[in-house]
Design a protein around this ligand. Structure first.
Ligand code: XUL
Ligand code: CO
Length: 435
């Protein structure tokens, strides 16, 4: 079968001096960085939805992207899309992809029909995975596009919708397992509210906790060895989502007995929508032991919504990669380019340029993080800053051996503490020196 991606070149690493627009200048998959290959640190993935389903539609205008599989018999088109997708993935040469059920196959008239359609198209996907060696980083169920989910899936006021969503997740979790997926993701697209006037927060929180516990139970029942991930986002499409940010999800997981069972898939543009930096969200997850995977993209500094653009600022991203490396990596997570080409980027090669830029920016950020860590100045400064807590007194306090009374006595009988510089600008200069 011929596809629109056939005439695209295979992407190869050619070094930082390369001027070929399709050459990788920083992502050298086998290059060892801090004891691990770049590929192992990043485990990069292509998002099936943006890359093969996205059509350039925006709130003011019709689709601008033409793809042969956008018309014709929907099931045949889905097979055609899968074959074309894997031609693209092969050209790009990244090891992973991610999908929602509805990206891969159309929805049928009933849940049974939809599941059967998905299974049929996934046979083509599986054959393509075997042919190319490309693996599944994660699968997920689309619990937000269909009108039945307009008031949420797990948090819907109607238990019948809860059941429908559960049926969909069960099926996609099993399909992800069958395809050897490394993780399963839940993004609460409409798990939140549009107005508090019609919302019972306590009830919806309990429903979400129940739903996630059911998913975790089923994961164990079928022996899925991957990680269940929640992807925080503060809003959009709803006014408020319950998985607002990393710290909020941590509270939620702990409240519902899910710590140790569920980790997080952190998305750059969701972090910024929540008023955080990407690195803040990664560092918070690492500190709380729930760092799972990353959705790599960026917002536009002047736009307040989820523009899902490909990252292109390595210096900025280096602070996020620094947190990933400090955390010891992403385990069985990876870096999924949850990013889309712009409405005017209508040529098939635009999709390739986008991914070349995205993976190169990410690899370059990793190399900057490596240089920062090898220099050691930042790590030393941080250690020195907290050195007091490593001493006898600091440790006694942290081990609970000193009462409030004893602390008061200590403070009254010792010389007053002297302020010390936080050295922010000096440290910022160190971080910038390697960019
Ligand atoms: C939406 C988003 C989703 C999730 C998967 O903002 O990021 O595509 O990554 O449902
Ligand atoms: Co995402």
């Amino acid at each position: 079968m011929s596809t629109i991606f056939d005439r695209l070149p295979h992407i190869r690493y050619a070094g930082p001096e390369a001027t070929d627009p399709f050459a990788l200048r920083y992502y050298d998959a086998k290059r060892v960085v801090l004891g691990r290959s770049m590929e192992d640190w990043l485990r990069p993935a292509v998002a099936y939805w943006h890359s093969f389903v996205g059509n350039g539609l925006d709130p003011f205008g019709a689709p601008t992207h033409q793809r042969p599989w956008f018309s014709g018999d929907p099931v045949q088109a889905a097979h055609q899309k899968a074959e074309a997708a894997f031609v693209f993935l092969e050209k790009l040469g990244l090891p992973f992809f991610c999908f929602h059920d509805r990206d891969v196959a159309p929805e049928g008239g009933t849940l049974r029909e939809s599941n059967a359609l998905l299974d049929r198209v996934l046979e083509t996907v599986q054959a393509q995975m075997q042919r190319t060696g490309i693996r599944l980083l994660w699968g997920t169920a689309n619990l937000f596009s269909h009108p039945r989910y307009m008031a949420g899936a797990a948090t819907n006021p109607d238990p019948e919708v809860f059941a429908y969503a559960a049926g969909q997740v069960k099926h996609v979790l099993e399909a992800t397992h069958r395809l050897g997926g490394a993780n399963y993701v839940l993004w609460g697209g409409r798990e939140g509210y549009d107005t508090l006037l019609n919302t019972d927060l306590r009830q919806e929180d309990a429903q979400l906790g129940r739903f996630l516990n059911l998913v975790v139970e089923h994961k164990h029942r079928i022996g899925f060895p991957g990680t269940i991930l929640i992807e925080p986002k503060p809003m959009e499409p709803t006014k408020h989502q319950y998985d607002r940010d990393v710290a909020t999800v941590y509270g939620f997981l702990s409240r519902h007995g899910l710590l140790g069972e569920v980790k997080l898939n952190i998305e750059a543009n969701h972090a910024t929508l929540a008023g955080h930096s990407f690195e803040h969200e990664i560092a918070t997850a690492a500190a709380l032991g729930i760092l799972g995977s990353l959705d790599m993209n960026r917002g536009d500094p002047q736009n307040g919504w989820d523009t899902d653009q490909f990252p292109n600022n390595a210096q900025d991203l280096s602070l996020a990669m620094l947190e990933v490396v400090r955390a010891g990596g992403l385990g069985q997570g990876g870096v999924n380019f949850d990013a889309k080409i712009r409405r005017q980027s209508i040529d098939p090669e635009d999709l390739l340029h986008a991914h070349v830029g995205g993976i190169d920016t990410t690899a370059r950020a990793l190399l900057i993080a490596e240089r920062i860590l090898r220099d050691g100045g930042l790590e030393r400064a941080r250690e020195e800053r907290y050195a007091g807590w490593k001493s006898g007194f600091g440790q006694q306090v942290m081990q609970g051996q000193v009462s409030l009374e004893a602390l008061a006595e200590h403070a009254a009988t010792h010389p007053p503490p002297q302020p010390r510089s936080g050295r922010q600008e000096a440290l910022e200069n160190i971080a910038a020196r390697f960019a």
